[in-house]
Design a protein around this ligand. Structure first.
Ligand SMILES: Nc1ncnc2c1ncn2[C@@H]1O[C@H](COP(=O)(O)OP(=O)(O)OP(=O)(O)O)[C@@H](O)[C@H]1O
Length: 328
């Protein structure tokens, strides 16, 4: 019997619906009139899905993963992880059910939502065995998969070795949803292959869901179940892998390369047309925004770049700000 949309929704582990996000400005609010970085973005993933998140530099992959990891606030209905709001429900990360491993890991060790700098002389053993409540079998398996020597002193080892310890720490608790933001760049070929195999097993045997943003396609040909392509903060494609293979006879890397090439060519064409029409190559727009407030405070909050005119209307002071922002 076919699974209904309602049943699919019930079984989903990650649900993004109509996501819209703008980075806050200096005053903690999105700049008035700014264009959202992520717009109208919707995907649903289920238990056991391994989703590859691809896109060019600056497309918005890290931003999406951070929103999913509860690091940026969005309206609760836009992003549900295990049926809960990742930002508002801190229990999701502290329990280890939701785990985000990202770029800042070069300097920090993240574990169950906490990030700790690792500059001191500490052994891998102390770090890994210092975490309470971990299944010893899972810990031993991770030490083996990542080929960690527990006598390593973390301030003396190589980047890749430190990275292995960091990944091990992050995976100690059996996550239900794992967000990986290009974490394998420092790993050697063997460590990367063994880690990918371990992650695949986690999905197949425990029903975990993984979203992995990467530019490295080596060894990934048969790893993902789904692929999501994002460009300029917008969803371009969200497909099961078999559909990708049906429509493209190329390798995964060549397929993604062809998408990015098309995107870049279209962007170049747009810029050329703008130039031919006497417009600046990069789209800019003068934003005029009407905000109310004390001019001294606004200037302190970074509005100095704009021209400030003071008008008085309706008993309130209204200040019209003009600023040129590059909108791409
Ligand atoms: N804290 C921030 N404040 C304002 N803008 C930001 C911030 N972080 C990122 N951006 C902007 O958001 C856009 C998307 O960045 P993001 O890091 O999500 O892209 P990405 O797809 O992960 O890129 P890459 O492949 O290079 O890692 C970029 O244009 C970037 O300049």
């Amino acid at each position: 019997m076919a699974v209904t949309e309602e049943e699919k929704k019930r079984n989903s582990t990650v649900e993004i619906s109509g996501l819209r996000f703008t980075y806050p400005g200096i005053d903690g609010h999105p700049p008035p009139g700014s264009k959202p970085l992520i717009e109208d973005f919707s995907i649903t993933l289920n238990s056991s899905d391994r989703c590859l998140l691809v896109g060019s530099n600056g497309a918005g992959k890290t931003t999406i993963l951070k929103i999913l990891g509860g690091k940026h606030m969005v309206e609760p209905h836009m992003v549900r992880v295990l049926g809960r709001s990742a930002f508002h429900d801190t229990g999701l990360t502290s329990s280890g059910d939701l785990c985000y491993l990202g770029g800042e890991w070069r300097r920090d060790v993240a574990f169950a939502g906490f990030e700790v700098p690792i500059q001191m002389d500490i052994s891998a053993e102390k770090m890994i065995f210092g975490v309470a409540g971990i299944d010893p079998q899972r810990r031993d398996e991770l030490i083996k998969v990542l080929d960690i020597d527990i006598s390593w002193r973390l301030h003396k080892v190589s980047d890749g070795q430190r990275r292995r310890v960091q990944i091990c720490m992050g995976l100690l608790k059996p996550f239900k949803v794992l967000l990986l933001d290009e974490i394998t760049v420092d790993l050697d070929v063997l460590a990367r292959a063994d880690l990918l195999k371990f992650l695949r097993k986690e999905c197949e045997e425990r029903g975990a869901t993984i979203i992995y943003a990467t530019h490295i396609f080596d060894g990934l040909e048969d790893w993902p179940t789904h692929i999501v392509y994002v460009a300029n903060g917008k969803l371009q494609l969200a497909l099961p892998m078999e559909k990708v293979k049906e429509t493209s006879k190329k390798s995964l890397m060549r397929t993604v390369e062809s998408w990015l090439r098309k995107e870049r060519d279209e962007e170049r064409k747009r810029r050329k047309e703008r130039k031919a029409n006497g417009l600046p190559e990069f789209e800019t727009r003068t934003e005029e925004s009407r905000v109310t407030g004390d001019p001294a405070r606004m200037l302190n909050n970074g509005w100095a770049a704009g021209r400030l005119h003071s008008t008085v209307a309706g008993g309130e002071d209204n200040f019209v700000l003009s600023s040129n922002r590059v909108l791409r």
